[in-house]
Unconditional design. Structure first.
Length: 436
């Protein structure tokens, strides 16, 4: 099995294992929170039951003290509830006061509604909102538990309208902590996968770059070696006619080698930071100079170039050489990625937008979908034949860095088969933006 395939399978396996572990951890946390909520509900129910029992006992105790104070208490008189009307045995204010006191003692900071009912469910008195009581949030206890079995029975009922919110609030810290930990683990997992795939992509790009540059360097080196060998083997009598042709080959290939090395050095410069020789540059004049350098190629390859210079504020502060190189790279890309079956047309436009000058280079070449990867170092589009079309994936990377160093912005648009548009905008000189 190929190493690349094994590496891909390892990544997929690792991602699967981490995903299963993450889902398992989330499931355990959910169950833990549910169990904790259940325990909180049970504890709350027990505390409320204790409160109601305590209140019922207090009501009974107060009744005994009241009857003793009026001296009507007899041994069995209290157990016949028909002797005393229930309205005289218990009151709304008494129940409200006892409940409030008991809830404070049990540290239950939750408002409740209450009602006193008989055994048929009829309400003797109640708070205003008790009519909205839900059975699952209502607790009851028997009042006057010492009354005879054949006597009428009464019940104290309490309802907590904010019961669910109270329980959830009691475990909020757990929910927040679990959520944060889950998010951190998920984010770490996603970041790890992103880094792995990014490193995999960079590794592939660098491998392609090494293969590409090896191919590019071998060609001029081979040509120079052959030229030197021919010079050595050419008889002295034929040297005068052979030297000009062979020396021209050596000069051209040496120049090509220098350009290859320069491209790589330009890429390395941006790792350390580029230094600009800033001056006032007329971008229209710069474009005309760059086009003049390509005039021979335009004529040889039958390329039609159209210029539409609509900008009126054309001066920028920048490094003329680097800006010219940036424009040259864009034009050179249009030439390299032209269609073999159709004459190339290049349109160069300028315009002003607020305080900037916008320059675009549009062609009808093979086109490429505009993505951020186009401007990455060493990147070449997968559809490109790296040996048929010369390049290292450094041109647009260089242009991007130059334009951004000049506080500008690079942009691109296009579609495979229909051509591309690459351009940039740069801030114009301040004296031009004010009309001076």
């Amino acid at each position: 099995m190929a190493p690349q395939s094994m590496y891909k399978r390892s990544i997929i396996l690792l991602a699967g294992v981490i995903s299963i572990c993450t889902l398992g951890l989330i499931s355990i946390q959910v169950q833990w929170i549910q169990a904790t909520e259940k325990v909180e509900r049970e504890q709350f129910s027990r505390r409320v039951a204790l409160v109601l029992e305590h209140v019922a006992n207090d009501i009974t105790a107060q009744e005994i003290r009241t009857m003793q104070s009026v001296r009507i208490f007899q041994s069995n008189a209290r157990y016949n509830n028909n002797l005393v009307p229930v309205e005289e045995r218990i009151s709304y204010r008494q129940v409200d006061s006892l409940l409030h006191q008991a809830f404070c003692e049990m540290s239950i900071p939750l408002a409740c509604d209450f009602a006193v009912t008989d055994e048929l469910g009829s309400i003797l008195f109640a708070t205003d909102n008790f009519s909205n009581a839900l059975p699952e949030h209502t607790y009851s206890t028997t009042l006057f538990p010492d009354d005879p079995e054949d006597a009428a029975h009464y019940y104290l009922n309490v309802y907590f309208s904010q019961y669910t919110a109270y329980v959830i609030h009691s475990i909020t810290w757990m929910i927040v902590a679990s959520t944060l930990l889950t998010l951190i683990i998920t984010a770490t997992f996603a970041s790890t996968l992103f880094i792995i795939f990014r490193q995999k992509r960079l590794s592939k790009i660098k491998t392609d770059f090494v293969n590409n540059i090896t191919h590019e360097l071998k060609t001029p080196i081979t040509t120079i070696s052959l030229a030197a060998q021919v010079l050595q083997e050419t008889p002295e009598s034929n040297l005068p006619t052979a030297v000009p042709r062979l020396s021209g080959m050596i000069r051209n290939e040496s120049k090509r080698l220098s350009q290859l090395v320069e491209s790589i050095l330009q890429s390395a410069i941006f790792k350390r930071g580029v230094k600009l020789s800033v001056q006032k540059v007329d971008m229209h004049a710069l474009l005309q100079n760059v086009l003049a350098q390509f005039s021979l190629q335009f004529d040889t390859l039958n390329i039609a170039v159209e210029c539409k210079f609509h900008a009126t504020n054309t001066h920028v502060s920048g490094d003329e050489i680097h800006l010219a190189n940036a424009v040259s790279n864009l034009i050179d890309n249009s030439i390299k990625y032209r269609k073999e079956t159709e004459p190339l047309r290049i349109l160069i436009e300028t315009k002003n937008s607020r305080k900037t000058i916008v320059i675009t280079v549009t062609d009808n070449g093979i086109g490429v979908k505009a993505t951020k990867q186009l401007f990455h170092q060493f990147y070449r589009h997968p559809s490109e034949n790296m040996y048929a079309i010369k390049g290292f994936g450094l041109g647009l990377y260089y242009v991007k860095n130059i334009i951004e160093t000049h506080h500008g912005k690079l942009f691109a648009s296009g579609r495979a088969g229909t051509g591309s548009t690459f351009g940039f905008e740069l801030p114009v000189c301040k004296n031009e933006t004010t009309g001076k």
